[in-house]
Design a protein around this ligand. Structure first.
Ligand code: PLP
Length: 449
């Protein structure tokens, strides 16, 4: 039985979204400063496993089955920032497959717990929030290693056309029908870019004048599921030439807007919805016939730890005053310090380091804070190696003059931020951490030693 009218189903997969069973499109009024334009949020947590990625997980599995790439008892491996993993874990349960997900420790612990609860084998790694393709020990590299074994198959949401095709088959037709073809603007936060590329292609095929707007966070963000412009350039489904506009939104703007969506619009939207909505307000102006659809990928309930971090005033008391699974007070303090250190005064891009190498009279000291083995394998030219754990003890290896310009470098730009904080605590006043680390350096083709 499958009756979308009464919403009675015999099979959980019949609840997947489609033109006949769309996720709600909710008109937002309280929070919208427009007198004429109509703004709608598309509430993707109404998908059966809780997020927009259920569409993608289902389509990638159906596609791989149809192509004979996977079958009975299949082992799947997928590097994921959470929602694709959650959708795939449930699809795997339904199909009696198994799922292994290498992922970054930076992903909210709620998602890591829920993935295990759903039955996935979770491997937690030091990686950026959105897995970095070039990171040798990151989630993507680990998944590729596993996928090389014959018993595993990697669906690879970063490179799989079934990702954006899910939106051509379902989300796009839903929006077209729900707005009776009147949609003028489509706005989505950018992660793998399946959402923006699939909906963009479908909606433009219906009406080429529809504006497709992609919203990305600023560098150093910690919004799960989305990518900064630098991270987007590593994603194969990112086709900026097909979008009308890209908008950048800061972490603070996204989380503040998320709070306003929940309180003022009474919509239980998550952080990436706040990002998309804030981007829409920057990109679109009021106009008589404007019908704007903003994607709200999932709800707020998976992000209690992100909320505690960004709104410490709402932190809940824990048993005996100690955390019961969330980050400890020390970890929270460290997170806060690292977050504060992600600014343009304390970080630099690789161009800054490249210039310092070309002009040795700048007397810049480049300190690679990774292990000796990682340093030996590949490092930025002229960098010296002081592993992070030794930085505070190896005063002999540090410059005598505390005003010497220093740049800290690691694999991805996370450990180097810790190095920056240690050096600042030792009294060095002119330190910067290189964004993206050695991986970004290698990705743009710069030489290493
Ligand atoms: C919460 C959340 N928001 C936004 C996105 C971005 O969607 P896409 O990967 O289709 O660009 C994702 C993707 O995982 C997500 O999980």
């Amino acid at each position: 039985m499958k009756d979308h009218r009464t919403r009675v189903y015999d099979d959980v997969l019949d609840m997947l979204s489609s033109e006949e069973n769309p996720t709600p499109l909710l008109r937002l009024k309280a929070i919208v400063p427009f007198a004429q334009a109509k703004v709608y949020g598309k509430l993707e947590w109404y998908n059966p496993f809780g997020a927009i990625k259920d569409r993608v997980a289902a389509n990638m599995i159906h596609d791989a089955e149809a192509k004979g790439l996977i079958g009975s008892g299949q082992k799947l491996v997928e590097p994921t920032s959470g929602n694709t993993g959650l959708g795939l874990a449930m699809m795997a349960n339904e199909r009696k497959y198994s799922l292994s997900t290498p992922l970054s420790k930076a992903i909210p612990f709620e998602k890591r717990v829920m993935l295990r609860f759903f039955g996935a084998e979770v491997e937690e790694l030091d990686d950026t929030l959105c897995p970095a393709p070039g990171a040798p020990e990151g989630a993507i590299a680990r998944a590729l290693d596993k996928a090389a074994k014959p018993e595993f198959h990697m669906l690879n949401q970063y490179d799989n056309e079934a990702n954006f095709e899910a939106h051509i088959k379902t989300t796009g037709p839903e929006i077209w029908r729900q707005t009776e073809g009147k949609v003028t603007h489509f706005v989505a936060a950018l992660g793998t870019c399946g959402t923006v590329t699939g909906n963009g292609r479908y909606l433009k095929s219906k009406n080429p004048d529809i504006k497709i707007i992609g919203v990305h966070p600023a560098e150093g963000h910690d919004i799960p599921g989305v990518r900064s412009l630098r991270q987007l350039k590593q994603t194969k489904l990112f086709h900026p030439e097909e979008y009308d506009q890209l908008v950048e939104v800061s972490n603070r703007e996204a989380f503040d807007m998320c709070l306003r969506l929940n309180r003022e619009a009474c919509v239980i939207a998550g952080p990436s919805s706040g990002l998309a909505f804030a981007g829409m307000l920057k990109a679109v102006t009021d106009a008589p016939n404007a019908v704007i659809v903003v994607m709200f990928p999932d709800n707020i309930f998976k992000y209690a730890s992100s909320i505690e971090k960004h709104f410490p005033q709402y932190r809940a008391a824990r048993h005996g005053g100690t955390p019961t699974g969330g980050p400890s007070a020390k970890e929270q303090m460290m997170d806060m310090l690292l977050d504060n250190a992600k600014n343009t005064r304390t970080t630099c891009e690789f161009g800054h380091v490249k210039q310092a190498i070309a002009e040795p009279n700048l007397d810049m000291v480049i300190i690679d804070v990774r292990s000796a083995e990682q340093y030996a394998a590949k490092h930025v030219p002229s960098a010296i190696n002081i592993p992070l754990a030794e930085l505070a003890e190896r005063k002999d290896a540090l410059p005598v003059d505390h005003d010497t310009p220093i740049v800290t470098v690691c694999n991805l730009g996370i450990m180097s931020l810790k190095g920056l904080l240690i050096l600042q605590s030792l009294g060095y006043g002119n330190v910067k951490s290189m964004n993206g680390g050695t991986s970004a350096w290698v990705d743009v083709g710069l030489p290493t030693e």
